[in-house]
Design a protein around this ligand. Structure first.
Ligand code: CP
Ligand code: NVA
Length: 336
């Protein structure tokens, strides 16, 4: 039997302020700036020293209920949990939304008796916040129509690897003001990076997320800027990020959206407007030669597969922070 090189109780010696024991991650805004910085520091350490965390979540159980398709999120959560010594259970909810067969509250009251963490990929964001309200174990948002926090945390880990401290960094997102865009804006604001979002009219990010990001940015000293001109958005950028024009759940709008988003395609001409050292980012899956050309996606500035790899390391850090104290119930019901 392999030797455990780190005990759960020793995690505090790796990074003193990393515990999120018993909390939920529904939104990036659930984290303080300090907690997010601690998570990223832990993610870098986990990536560098995976063996040190090999049994940190020994015997912990994680269940994943997914209403939407997934490659990266599903496999990176499973590999993360398995390589920390725990187990991952997957429940395919693509043909029946959560709450249809029995109430979310009843699902929570069952599942919390067996597992230490619940991971949800849903259409309605309320499904995630309601499950978080009912469950006495942590709930993680693995993508909803509103946010994709695990993606954004891994993406900014990728940027830190390349550029170091991101205060004053010029991050640009072009395309649909969607779930990924929302979480990226909040993460950029938390880290003091400037965030410019270029979208067609009527596809801007939601006003309440913009207000939330701007409130955080006011404290961290960054700017959140919304524009409609794609060239103006990317000029001088240190990173250009895009996502699909039509997210899961909006497929019926695909034909209408395609021409509207055409000027926002990230191609070599648009990329040339950015800083010469700029990177290209995409959460994947990409629709090749729709929102991004092959030349950019496969080109030397693309870091998309680093982003995909870092999903696993960042989620390990998240799981360690949520469960690293041992998973015992507190008097308030949440894991400690
Ligand atoms: N980026 C991402 O979340 O990919 P999946 O939809 O494949 O999980
Ligand atoms: N915005 C996309 C992201 C997929 C990872 C979607 O929600 O379909």
């Amino acid at each position: 039997m392999a030797t455990k090189t780190i005990a759960v109780s020793e995690l505090d010696s790796v990074s003193p302020d990393v515990s999120l024991a018993g909390r939920d991650l529904c939104s990036v805004a659930d984290l303080t700036t300090k907690e997010l910085a601690g998570m990223l520091a832990l993610a870098h350490d986990v990536k560098t020293n995976p063996g040190a965390y090999r049994w940190a979540l020994d015997a912990k159980q994680m269940v994943m209920f997914f209403e939407k398709a997934s490659l990266r999120t599903r496999l990176t959560f499973q590999t993360a949990m398995n390589t920390l010594g725990g187990s991952a259970l997957f429940v395919d909810q693509t043909s029946s939304p959560l709450g249809e067969r029995e109430s979310l509250a009843d699902i929570a009251r069952n599942v919390e008796r067996w597992v230490q963490v619940i991971v949800l990929r849903t259409y309605a964001h309320d499904t995630i916040t309601e499950m978080a309200q009912y469950a006495s174990v942590p709930v993680i948002n693995a993508l909803s129509d509103l946010e994709h926090p695990c993606q954004a945390i891994a993406d900014f880990m990728t940027l830190e690897e390349r550029f170091g401290n991101l205060k004053g960094f010029n991050f640009t997102y072009v395309g649909d003001g969607n779930n990924v865009c929302h979480s990226l804006m909040l993460t950029a604001a938390q880290l003091g990076a400037n965030c410019t979002v270029g979208t067609p009219k009527n596809y801007a990010p939601k006003a309440d997320i913009v207000a939330q990001a701007r409130a955080i940015a006011n404290v961290t000293g960054s700017n959140i800027t919304l524009v409609n001109d794609p060239v103006g958005a990317v000029t001088g950028a240190d990173a250009i990020y895009t996502d699909v024009c039509t997210s899961m759940g909006y497929e019926h709008e695909a034909t209408k959206r395609a021409p509207i988003f055409k000027p926002y395609q990230v191609n070599e001409t648009l990329m040339a407007q950015a800083s010469p050292s700029a990177v290209f980012m995409h959460c994947l899956p990409a629709h090749r030669n729709a929102e991004v050309t092959d030349a950019v996606l496969d080109g030397p500035q693309s870091v998309v597969f680093d982003q995909a790899e870092n999903r696993m390391h960042a989620q390990k850090a998240l799981l360690l922070m949520l469960l690293g104290k041992g998973g015992n119930r507190s008097e308030t019901g949440k894991c400690l």
